[in-house]
Design a binder for this molecule. Structure first.
Ligand code: GLC
Length: 450
């Protein structure tokens, strides 16, 4: 376990982190700032740190008492990055069709992937790698293009002596309200690291984690966000900053109803772990992942899919295969991925749906073979054409019971022959005579007839 010795001189030299209210942003300005995020749809999350040796969970292993902190930090000797090929990582992420990537610059264990001047726990100073492994990744993201850069940063840093809570079961080291200087020392450390990340990498997105241990005021969360914004007014911040972020971050579960925020992302493991685990072979199938992706898209959200490279920097073969398969599907169906927005409410059609920007193309996604036809009800707009996305095929359709005296529009039946089906997720583009208009009532009841 590493110790941070707090000298009084150091404490007095610490600059105070204060917060002043951020200037108001108009809704239009926020939409413009969030534009790339709402069009990105797919992001790839990377958990990489000393836990990537693969025996224990990231940081939680010592916090929960599964291993001692000493054993946990002995993993630094195995974090070699000896086969790390950042150009290959970025190629693979781009190939998957992702439009952004988020990498753990520092998890709750405090191990920094970059050459931080603010502390001694880093890939450079305390691991077998002996070098900065974040900068080459960022350089590749910028060099290859097409990806926005997100940096995950844990507010929590359990091992530090100026951080109050260490073990889940153990007593707190100190009470931050009784020792405000000690807490301030920690906040100044966090602020210094964030400044380094901003100045070195100028990320498009900061992905915070761990806010649950203290309040917004205790973290000085508005001050942190303000610090980031003053450096880059366009920066996007996820929600785990005690209510001061830009979008919602549901974890490991795709929402059932559409989240209240227009911007959100589900973060999801590719197997059952965030970081690489030797014994976790419970990989999700490409079909499962595609369902999660289009489910998020149909409610206007993104999927942030996690991968866990090994300590030597290699990416498990199963993960490589999934990213490549994702790429095959997203490239064939690009038209129905990136420029889309949330679709129509469930109940109109037995499929996930999205709409194009103009609202006059309704995309239907279904991971099954419909018997004969796919039914759309409550669609008042007229269908002009139905195309199978990714092919040049058109499908025929019929409308039954489109009665002039009834408020309920006729039901459409799109013929779906089995030869047009995609092996994973079929997508139809239903072109309409104008922005989709819907009937959402309970049906026309006849109260008088003559
Ligand atoms: C959780 C965990 C963490 C993981 C993160 C990813 O908050 O603390 O281990 O990195 O979720 O979303």
């Amino acid at each position: 376990m590493r110790k941070l010795v707090l000298g009084l001189a150091a404490l007095s030299a610490v600059a105070c982190v204060t917060s002043t209210p951020a200037p108001q942003e108009t809704p239009e300005a926020k939409s413009a700032r969030m534009e790339w995020f709402s069009q990105a749809k797919l992001g790839i999350f990377i958990h990489w740190g000393i836990y990537s040796r693969g025996d224990w969970s990231e940081s939680w292993a010592f916090h929960n008492g599964t291993v001692s902190m000493e054993d946990y930090f002995a993993q630094e000797a195995d974090f070699t990055a000896s086969a790390y090929d950042p150009a290959e990582w970025v190629r693979l992420i781009r190939e998957s069709g992702a439009r952004y990537t988020v990498i753990t610059s520092k998890h709750h264990d405090g191990f920094a992937l970059w050459d931080t001047r603010a502390g001694d726990v880093s890939a450079v100073k305390s691991s077998a790698a002996g070098r900065d492994v974040l900068t080459p990744f960022v350089d590749e993201v910028r060099r290859q293009g097409g990806l926005k850069l997100g940096l995950y940063y844990s507010l929590i840093d359990w091992p530090r002596e100026d951080y109050p809570n260490v073990f889940r079961a153990g007593p707190a080291r100190y009470d931050i309200h009784k020792e405000p200087d000690r807490w301030q020392h920690f906040l100044t450390f966090n602020s210094a690291q964030l400044k380094e990340l901003q100045e070195n990498y100028n990320p498009d997105l900061f992905w915070f984690d761990g806010d649950w241990e203290f309040s917004s005021e205790d973290w000085d969360a508005p001050g942190i966000v303000q610090q980031l914004r003053s450096h880059n007014p366009q920066v996007i911040v996820n929600s785990r900053i005690a209510g001061n972020g830009d979008y919602d971050t549901p974890e490991l579960g795709v929402p059932v109803t559409r989240p209240a925020s227009p911007w959100w992302e589900t973060c999801m493991t590719i197997n059952d772990s965030w970081g690489f685990r030797k014994r976790d072979t419970d990989f999700k199938s490409i079909d499962t992942i595609l369902r999660m992706l289009v489910d998020c898209m149909s409610m206007g959200g993104n999927l942030l899919l996690d991968i866990g490279p090994r300590a030597d920097g290699t990416i498990p073969e199963e993960e490589v295969a999934i990213l490549k398969e994702l790429g095959q599907w997203t490239s064939i169906h690009a038209e129905a991925v990136y420029p889309t927005r949330a679709g129509i409410p469930a109940g109109h059609v037995q499929a996930y749906t999205t709409l194009n920007a103009a609202g006059d193309v309704l995309y239907l996604y279904f991971p099954y073979a419909p018997n004969e036809s796919l039914e759309i009800k409550g669609l008042k707009s007229k269908i002009l054409r139905v195309r199978v996305v990714g092919t040049d095929q058109e499908l025929s359709w019929k409308q039954y019971n489109d009665i002039d005296w009834s408020a309920t529009p006729g039901v459409y039946y799109i013929q779906v022959p089995s030869q047009v089906l995609d092996p994973h997720m079929t997508v139809l583009a239903v072109e309409l005579n104008g922005p989709a208009t819907l009937y959402e009532g309970a049906g026309q009841v006849i109260s008088f007839n003559e």
